[in-house]
Every structure is written in C-alpha cells, then in structure tokens.
Design a protein around this ligand. Sequence first.
Ligand code: NDP
Length: 477
Amino acid sequence: MTIYQNLIGGEWIGSDATENINPSDTNEVVGLYADGSAEDTKNAIAAAKAAFPAWSRSGIWERHVILKKAGDEIMARKDELGALLAREEGKTLPEAIGETIRASQIFEFFAGEALRLAGEVIPSVRPNIGVEITRDPLGVIGIITPWNFPIAIPAWKIAPALCYGNTVVFKPAELVPACSWAIVDILHRAGLPKGVLNLVMGKGSVVGQAMLDSPDVSGITFTGSTGTGRRVAAASLEHNRKFQLEMGGKNPMVVLDDADLDVAVEAAANSGFFSTGQRCTASSRLIVTEGIHDKFVAALTAKLETLVVDNALKAGTHIGPVVDEKQLKTDTDYIEIGRQEGAKLAFGGELISRETPGFYLQPTLFTEATNEMRISREEIFGPVVSLIRVKDYEEALATANDTPFGLSSGIATTSLKHATHFKRNAEAGMVMVNLPTAGVDFHVPFGGRKGSSYGPREQGKYAAEFYTTVKTSYTLA
Ligand code: NDP
C-alpha cells in the first residue's frame, strides 16, 4: 500500500506510517499515512522559517492565484474528496460533500481577501508627520486541528495564514490525515514555493508537542479539546507567542411555548444528532418551557424514530458511526452516567450492529435532566442530548447561560421580543434564532467566549486579527 508522506521543505518524506481506519467498516484501511517524528517537526519549522522572508513579501496576485487554484480543484473534486472524508471520519456522504464545498469556498474567500489587503493613512496630532497603519504577517504559524471537520477546519486555518503572508507547519488529527494530505497536495501543486506549507502528520504528543516547544513558531492556531488547548496556552505564554484556541461547547437550544413545533424539532434533531453529534456547535442541551414540553418530546422522539444510523457511504443514512472506539466508550460511559444521575432515557442509548462492522450508536435523548447533571455540564461530543424542562423564558435564558462554555446558543420562538432579548443576552459567540446551533457561514466570524474559545475570531475578514500583527509607522514630511 502507498504511504502518503509528510511534506517538509517541498519534499515528500517519511517511511513510518499509521493505518487510517474507516469507522463505518473497521475492516477497511483508508490508507497508510506518515507518522512524523519530533525531528521531522523541527525540520518543517526550519523550512517554514527559511521560506518566510520571501513569502511575506510575495505579491498579492501570486497568493490570490494559488489560493483560487486550490479552491477550484477542491470544488472540482468535491464528490471524490467528500467520499474520502466520509470514509475516514464517518459523517454521511452528503454532509461530507457539503464540508468539502465549504473548504473550497473558504479558499475562494481568502483568494479574494489577498487582493483586498489594505492599511490606513491617518494624520498625526503633530504637524508635518504622517501615520500609516499596516498589517504584517506573524511568521511561522503552527496549525493543529481536530478530527471532526477533516477538511473545513484545515481550510479555515491554512487559507488565511497563507493569504496574509505567513508560512505554515500543519499537524492534522491523527485519526483523519487523508483530507489534510489531499489539500496540502493540492496547494503544493498549485504552485506554493518550497517550505511555505509543511505537513507533519503524526501523534499530538510528539508532533504537536514539538510545535509547542519551538521558539521559532510565532503563532499557534488550535481547535480541539479543552485539555490540549490549555497546554497550547501554557507553552505559548512561555514563548511569548500569539495563540488562538477553539475548544468545546455545551450549546443550549431554548424552545419556548410559542415556538413553531416543526421548526423547533428540525433544529433540535439537526443540531443535536447530525454529524453524529460530533460538532463543537451541536445542541447538547435542549431547554424547553412547560407549555410545549410534552408535545415537543413526543414530536422529537417521533423524528428520531425516522433517522437511519448506518454506514456513512450508504444512500439513506442520516447518522454515520461514532469516529472511533475511544469516543464510543466516552459516549456510552456518559449514557450510563445519565441513567445513574436520574435522567429518563426517552430514546436510544444502545449500540447497533450493521452489515459492516462499525461504531454505531442510536441517537440518545435524556428527558427530565437538570442543568446540574454531568450530562448537561460536560461536553460528551456524541449523539447524546439532555432535555431540561423550565418554567418560562427567564428561567430558560438563565439555564442556557449557566455553563462553563459559550460557543453557540439557539432559540426557537415566534416572539420578536424574546428573540431580540435572547440575541442580546445569550453569553455565546454565535446566536441562532429558529435555526440549528450548528451550521455556519464561511465568510463571517466564528468562535465563542468563556471556556469555548480564546483569542481573536476565525474566518471572514476577522481572521486577519490573528494572522497579522499591526504596525504603526510615523514619517516626517
Ligand atoms: P484533542 O485536543 O485531543 O486533539 C486536537 C489536536 O491536538 C489533534 O491534532 C491532536 O493530535 C493534537 N494534540 C494532542 N495532544 C497534543 C499535545 N500535547 N500538543 C499539541 N497537540 C496535541 O481533540 P480531538 O481531536 O479529540 O477533538 C475533539 C475535541 O475538540 C472535542 O472536545 C471538541 O469539543 C473539540 N472541538 C472544538 C471545536 C471548536 O471549534 N470549538 C471544533 C472541533 C472540535 P492527535 O490527533 O494526534 O491526538
């Protein structure tokens, strides 16, 4: 079997490899992907450092052309790359193709941003002096990504890093190297100079750690768990390095008595269970007022009955498998915790067997949960949702905000007054009205507050805040 190698200083290298396994069919090896060492990571950082002076001064048209070419190739290959994504991560084929299209759109967006780079000219408070405010690239950016969006998250970090003139060392999650390898290959062939983008696949504890420990990495952008995020923060402070963290969520969706029941059920089913609940923006807490509670539970469980859990590549599958055995154990452990805490298992909770051996779990809904239970406070990252009954809007809002996280927050209501009040008062980076908490646009800011995120927002033009540093120049006329 071919070994997909690491790209270091423009050369494909690496002979040690790890198997990438399909969670929908654990007999299938998706491919063999290089297992990089700390030495490989140091070499990649050195290559990125050497490539930085020239790339940071490269013309904006060159950057535009390369990013545009990459976006076009990803779009042209959306079905093939989507199938690869579904095979390595387990989201359904339509979800995977949708994510691939989004990756392409992100490259298109930043291809445009490269042409829109600008600064400001401002008069000085002193006579005969001009002031210019410009943005410089940071230098070498370390990119560390999780397994749940194997192509979109790498795209939304690599595209702005390159657009603003940085060079990159990229370490994808060990579970999902295939899409990362594919987009690095596409960018390499699109004409990036040697060393501008380096790929080091391998273990977080080895490759990721070597990035954290390097004084030559000027910025680290990380998406993943809270625990690893804290390590990135501590190491970055030690090196006086800029860092950006996107971590977990325990996103609430409030359903008020006046909600359109169909809209509320669609939003809850989508954001709680699609992508197997493995989205940082998933609604894992449904907060429902008394008047609609019983109707909503009946309609949601009826909807869950119709959802097909099966092989991600099979037509008609709504929910693919859990990503791996470790995550499956986390999910089933929390289902047991929910039972012991006294929540009522209203739907699901069981493992399922399918034609192909995989990590299949029923969508699981706990009702009669409280916001104090561990299943309502800790991120599970699976298709397991707590439903909490509340008296009225005021209690719903207080419950929604009573969480260590603050990524996305939703409300289903036909009341303009409550929708407006909720948008103003939800303690979250993103607020959704009559929409799922998951599913966001690619051209606007993404990120959260409290324990969910740290540092500037990602995506859209706000991405410049992280990938550049502001310079103020004064000139005597
Ligand atoms: P992890 O934190 O385990 O891994 C994220 C990345 O960090 C992986 O590439 C991992 O490598 C790497 N890593 C692990 N250890 C180290 C280390 N010591 N130094 C540097 N890098 C390291 O998270 P998961 O990949 O398991 O993703 C799931 C979690 O991510 C969930 O908790 C979820 O909430 C969160 N998440 C948040 C998102 C957001 O936008 N807020 C989006 C997606 C996920 P390796 O794969 O080799 O372990």
